[in-house]
Design a protein around this ligand. Sequence first.
Ligand code: GDP
Length: 315
Amino acid sequence: MTNERADLRNIAIIAHVDHGKTTLVDQLLKQSGIFRSNEHVDDRAMDSNELERERGITILAKNTAIEYKDTKINIMDTPGHADFGGEVERILRMVDGVILVVDSFEGCMPQTRFVLKKALETNLKPIVVVNKIDREFARPEEVVDEVLELFIELDANDEQLEFPVVYASGFNGTASLSPDPATQEDTLRVLYDAILEHIPAPIDNRDEPLQFQVSLLDYNDYVGRIGIGRIFRGTMKVGEQVSVLKRDGSVKNLRVTKLYGFMGLKRVEVEEAFAGDLVAVSGMGNIDVGETVCPTDHQEALPELHIDEPTLQMR
Ligand code: GDP
C-alpha cells in the first residue's frame, strides 16, 4: 500500500478572467478561519521587523494555503492569459487537481478552454465550480452542458469526465450540489468537502532521497532570489547539504539556509518539509526554474519544465 499525505491537498484554480477566482479564494480563506490562527502565529513568532520583511515578499503567482478538517489545502492561482502558457503548465505540474471556475451566466470562454486544455493534458482531476449562481440570469444547467461539451472536445479521459459540479456564489460565500439557487447553503462546505474527496492526496515518500523542483521564481530585497516549487520526494531540512542540478548541466553544492511553508497568504519559516509540500527556498544563489535540488550523494534530476515567457527574468 502506498502512503499518502492525508493531511494535504495541492490544487490550482483556473478560470476565464472575471469569472470570480479571486473572490472565491478569498471566501475559502475567510471561512477556513485561517485569518484568526494566522494573527496568533504572527503575534508570537515574528517581531515587527520580520513582519515588514514578510510584507515585502510579493509573489508572481498567488498562493493561498487554507486549513479544513485538519487538512492543509494549497491553492495556486494561475494566469488565464495565453502569454503565460509556460507558467500555467509549471503551476499545474505542482498540483494534483484543479478547480475550474465558470460563470453561470457567461459559460465557457476562450481562457476557460485554454487553461482547461492544459489541466486535462497534465492528467489532473478537475472539480467544476459553476459560480455567480446568485446572478439574475444565471443558467447553471446549460453551463454544465457546455462544460461537458468542452471536456469532450478537449479529449478528457473517463475519470476527468466524471467531474463533480459545485454550484456556488463566491461573492455570497454560498454553495450547493444542486443547480437550484434556492438550495444554496450559507457556507462553501460542499466545495471544501469536494476538494478532500475528489483531489488525490500527495504520495508520502518522505524517507526516500530528496527531489525538489523550482517551478516559479520570486525576489525580495532582504533574502534575494526565491525559488518556489514542490517537494516530489523525500524531506528537505534547514542546514542540510544539498546539490542543485543546474539547467546548464553543472552541479552546485550548498546548504539549505531558509525554507518557507505557506499559511493563509503568508510564508512562514519552517525547519523541514516533506514530499508533497509546496515550499519556497532562499539563499540558493541564482537558482532557476526547472532546477532540481537533491542530496549530494543521490543526484537525480526531475523532468525539465517548459519555459516560454519573459516573466522569468528577475524583476
Ligand atoms: P477573477 O478575475 O476571476 O479573479 O474574478 P474576481 O473575483 O475579481 O471577480 C470579478 C467580478 O465578478 C468582480 O466584480 C466580482 O465582484 C464579481 N463576482 C465575483 N464573484 C461573484 C459572484 O459569486 N456573484 C456575482 N454576482 N458577482 C461575483
